[in-house]
Design a protein around this ligand. Structure first.
Ligand code: ATR
Length: 268
């Protein structure tokens, strides 16, 4: 039976096993999918142990190892993983480990297909300039947006990211001028129960505000967006399910139906 894992730290609360087991049941694929904890700073050793002991067919990689995984697969990465400089999907074939990144496409599918928001032609404001922002930008840049602006607490990082992707960087204070259709929170501020410092006026024309973070209750960014008048505010649960579906496709070559799994998690 083929074995799959999600690698991270901490990892016990990951929803990925639940999602992938549901996909496997739907497709009638006989496989296992479990969590695998690696101590930070020991990614290469931990992965080698897993490969030796379990001979996995594939693995997802999550916080804090996406960059380590990209370094590990440096010469065997897909274009989208290279652009994101982060790997969330590993494919083990013979002696080679291939790296892919399905986060960006997961975001785009969730926004366009689940929420029916047309990204093409839209004016996008992206908050944050870390790995998550990079993953989203690597997909957004192929979506023919009317414009993409990046704002970050440390402006130099937004400038560097904007230069890398050929988009514009702005200061948080500048975003008060508004004119954004889609605002995406790619910062990790929710981990500290904070919202990024976006002025309320930035939301004036926003049709969709999206937080990559997901939680059983509204995140601080979602609250800020709603209180600033944005009618449509979503968390990142759908993106999690869609990136998993794309990883599943990388491993098994089949497209799963994601809506039932999404609804099950939402109602849990
Ligand atoms: P990830 O892989 O989740 O993107 P990261 O690479 O550590 O994690 O990046 C975290 C991002 O969240 C950064 O853009 C960070 O801003 P700085 O570059 O200024 O550190 C942003 N961030 C974290 N906490 C924040 C907060 N409270 N307000 C605004 N931005 C925050």
């Amino acid at each position: 039976m083929s074995r799959f894992y999600v690698i991270g730290h901490p990892i016990t609360h990951s929803l990925s096993p639940r999602i992938h087991r549901a996909f496997a049941r739907q497709m009638g694929i006989d496989m296992t999918y479990d969590t695998y904890d690696i101590t930070p700073g020991r990614f290469v050793e931990g992965l080698s142990e897993l490969m030796r002991e379990a001979q996995p067919r594939g693995a997802n990689v999550t916080v804090p190892f996406k960059l380590d995984a990209a370094q590990y697969c440096a010469s065997n990465m897909t274009e989208r993983a290279k652009e994101a400089r982060a790997v969330n999907t590993l494919i083990f074939e013979d002696e080679t480990v291939y790296g892919d990144n399905t986060d960006g496409i997961g975001f785009v599918r969730d926004v366009e297909m689940r929420y029916g928001f047309p990204i093409k032609g839209s004016r996008v404001l992206l908050l944050g300039a870390g790995g998550a922002a990079r993953g989203v930008l690597s997909a957004l840049r192929h979506c023919a947006c009317a414009s993409i602006c990046v704002a970050n607490r440390t402006p130099a990082k937004a400038q560097a990211l904007a230069l890398d992707f050929g988009v514009r960087s702005v200061l948080y204070s500048d975003t008060a001028q508004g004119g954004y259709d889609l605002i995406v929170n790619c910062t990790s501020s929710s981990l500290n129960n904070m919202a990024p410092p976006v002025p309320m006026q930035a939301f004036a024309q926003a049709q969709l505000c999206y937080d990559l973070f997901y939680a059983p209750t509204e995140t601080p960014f979602m609250r800020l967006a709603r209180e600033s008048g944005c009618a449509r505010v979503q968390d990142g649960l759908g993106m999690l399910v869609e990136q998993a579906a794309e990883s599943f496709f990388c491993w098994h070559g089949v497209r799963v139906e994601t809506e039932a799994v999404f609804q099950e998690l939402r109602n849990a």
